[in-house]
Design a protein around this ligand. Structure first.
Ligand code: FMN
Ligand code: SF4
Length: 481
């Protein structure tokens, strides 16, 4: 039998010089650009402030992306682990904190039994978290006048696991033949009703009122990663007022926005959007990811997909951003796909999480795809305040690529996810031209995803001593072996 060649990707740490990096990108045919030299002082585009239409000023161009820690109490309150993570976000130097992490707007909508829940009984703790961010930021960076903090509101839809980390208790917008099969949803499982969605909209609005009371400046009405808001966008075949036409598939968003405007006036809003989606991927015989087998001619379940299941068509995402503008929403955080069924496009990594697969493309291709799609959106909607995602895989080259992106107006903010788990002060180091700490660069080992997939808290176990010292570190090693 002919032996298939497994793809071999160069590690970023091997691409030591600008020529190495440039040549590798060229060899791999990856459309990604970077600045060779980092600009210093006020020349650095990272240090430029951004003024929103509301006249609020965001002090610089680094944004911390939302990252859950699976570390709340079972009644949805933060623990010391949560607070430690948020403290790191505050210390990072970034002036835009997008959501901090996904908060469930109702118990049943939690993605795990330790997800934080926003409800009146947890208000004191929510206020405590906001105050912690302000105090810790001021301790390290002086003023917090130009620190802009939002809270991400979510319902996990198909991926609800409110009871324990193994048992899904899904709320699906429609039956998806591949995802139903992958996650064990029977054909006769009920879809979420229009009435339930009406009530859920009320929960989003109530949550926004609580977020405003706690001090948050905006809420993110989450529409990404396969969770409910995102799934509704691809409910092309769902009957009723929340499915079918673009008008109906965006009703959920429009009603939440109208409710928040009425009940929490003055609270700003943003949307984190999976700007495109692909078909679910699965492990092939050599462990590398392959697209799931779908026998129909066209794959009809991807919002922002071109029907092939593996390419992008931004026609509808553009319509969606147009709608955001009409609704008066200026803040958009661009991400793609889902960590549950196509993680290589969503959070490019060299080492897959335990429920993933070896990357079917060089992770740099995934980074470039997100950056270029974000840039297309920014070009078409220059008045939107846009945050890009998926920069962590760039490691040593992250500041160089981010600088190029900012200088060329391809995004307004450089969003950081995994990198701030391993190296929280990276934004401050870049802006102050400090030597970068190579030992702290996220090397995309994916332990922060593998741990929660196995019922453990998320954190950077390999590089953050705070997690290395926990008993979970040993358990994680056992799962991995
Ligand atoms: C441990 C972990 C938790 C995450 N939790 C969330 C979340 O709560 N909400 C969200 O929108 N994205 C979440 N993400 C996705 C990140 O915000 C980000 O999009 C992704 O990690 C890619 O960016 P990066 O390359 O900088 O890591 C999470 C990612 C990780 C690794
Ligand atoms: S565990 Fe640490 S090094 Fe690994 S992907 Fe997560 S943040 Fe990066």
């Amino acid at each position: 039998m002919a032996q298939k060649t497994k793809p071999k990707y160069k590690r970023i740490a091997q691409l030591k010089t600008a020529d190495d990096f440039r040549n590798y990108l060229e060899e791999q045919n990856i459309d990604l650009h970077f600045d060779e030299e980092l600009l210093t002082g006020d020349q650095s585009p990272y240090r430029e402030s951004y003024t929103l239409r509301t006249s609020d000023v965001i002090g610089n161009r680094f944004c911390i992306l939302p990252m859950e820690g699976w570390d709340g109490t079972t009644d949805g309150k933060p623990t010391e682990f949560t607070k430690n993570r948020w403290k790191n976000f505050a210390h990072s130097g970034a002036k835009l904190l997008w959501g901090c992490e996904a908060f469930a707007v109702q118990e049943a909508g939690r993605a795990n039994p330790n997800q934080l829940v926003i409800k009146p009984e947890n208000q004191k703790e929510l206020e405590g978290l906001y105050d912690l961010l302000i105090t810790e930021h001021e301790k390290v960076h002086g003023s917090s006048n130009d620190l802009y903090i939002g809270l991400q509101l979510t319902h996990s839809g198909r991926f609800c696991k409110p009871k324990d980390h193994k048992t899904f208790d899904p709320k699906i917008a429609y039956h998806h033949p591949l995802l139903d099969k992958k996650f064990g949803i029977p054909d006769d499982y009920p879809t979420i009703t229009d009435d339930e969605l009406d009530r859920l909209i009320e929960d989003f609005v109530k949550a926004a009122v609580l977020a405003k009371k706690a001090g948050f400046r905006f809420v993110d009405i989450k529409h990404c990663h396969g969770y409910l808001g995102h799934e509704i966008l691809s409910g092309f075949h769902r009957p009723g007022k929340y499915g079918g036409s673009f008008e109906n598939r965006t009703r959920f968003l429009k009603e939440i926005v109208a409710g928040i405007k009425a009940e929490a006036p003055g609270l700003n809003m943003g949307v984190r959007l999976s700007a495109f989606d692909w078909i679910p991927f699965t492990k092939g015989e050599d462990d590398f990811g392959i697209p799931a087998n779908f026998e129909k001619e066209s794959y009809p379940f991807a919002f922002g997909g071109d029907g092939s299941g593996q390419d992008v068509d931004l026609t509808e995402p553009f319509k969606f951003v147009e709608l955001l503008e009409k609704l008066g929403i200026e803040l958009l955080c661009v991400t793609v796909g889902s960590p549950y069924y196509n993680p290589h496009i969503q959070r490019p990594a060299l080492f897959p999480p335990s429920d993933g697969y070896q990357p079917p493309e060089d992770p740099l291709a995934g980074v470039a795809r997100q950056i270029n799609v974000t840039s297309e959106i920014k070009k078409a909607f220059p008045n939107m305040a846009i945050v890009g995602s998926a920069y962590s895989y760039l490691q040593e080259w992250l500041p160089h690529v981010g600088q190029y992106v900012l200088r060329n107006h391809m995004s307004d903010f450089i969003g950081l996810g995994r990198m701030v788990l391993s190296y929280p002060e990276l934004p401050a180091d870049v802006m102050e031209n400090m030597p970068l700490k190579r030992g702290k660069f996220c090397r995309t080992f994916s332990d922060c995803t593998t741990a929660p997939r196995n019922g453990l808290r998320s954190g950077c176990y390999p590089l953050d001593p705070y997690y290395k010292q926990t008993p979970e570190f040993e358990k994680l090693k056992q799962f991995k072996s």
